[in-house]
Ligand binder design. Structure first.
Ligand code: HEC
Length: 124
């Protein structure tokens, strides 16, 4: 079978294969290719930290009623309910009279934002 392929064709195939390898290797290792990934990671780092802080705030202030993972306890589950941000921040700021305390005056603004981000992250 190999004997039927002319030598020039074989050489062409080998050259093409070598060219593909030579072309691909440096482009994968190129530093520039890694840059957009690094930028994307940096972008998502901020919300992740906010959500992590929000979970801490949640454990201290909300978990006694809503459960450690917001799965519901005395208070309702807050997971996968499609709650819009305004509803979450409204609940945190104003509470529900006789049911849930208002946290507007209890938590500082960054912690309120963090806990809202945490609850938002549970809606997906
Ligand atoms: C004392 C118990 C208690 C605590 C503490 C508490 N909640 Fe609640 N929460 C409730 C109850 C009960 C409801 C339901 C109120 C209603 O629907 O009338 C509720 C409702 C909510 C809702 C609206 C849910 C919906 O389906 O519309 C959100 C959002 C919420 N809480 C978030 C929080 C967050 C965030 C914290 C902590 C900062 C917190 N809650 C702390 C008891 C509590």
């Amino acid at each position: 079978m190999l004997k039927t392929i002319p030598l020039t064709t074989m050489l062409t195939i080998i050259l093409v294969v070598l060219a593909v390898i030579a072309f691909n290797t440096p482009s994968q290792a190129r530093k520039g290719a890694a840059k957009p990934k690094a930028a994307a990671a940096a972008k998502s780092a901020a919300p992740e930290a906010l959500v992590a802080r929000g979970h801490e705030v949640f454990l201290t202030n909300c978990a006694p009623c809503h459960g450690a993972d917001a799965q519901g306890d005395d208070g309702p589950s807050l997971r996968h309910k499609g709650l819009p941000e305004a509803a979450i921040s409204g609940a945190v700021t104003h509470g529900f009279q006789g049911e849930m305390p208002a946290f507007g005056g209890k938590l500082n603004a960054p912690d309120q934002q963090a806990v809202v981000s945490y609850v938002q992250s549970l809606q997906k």
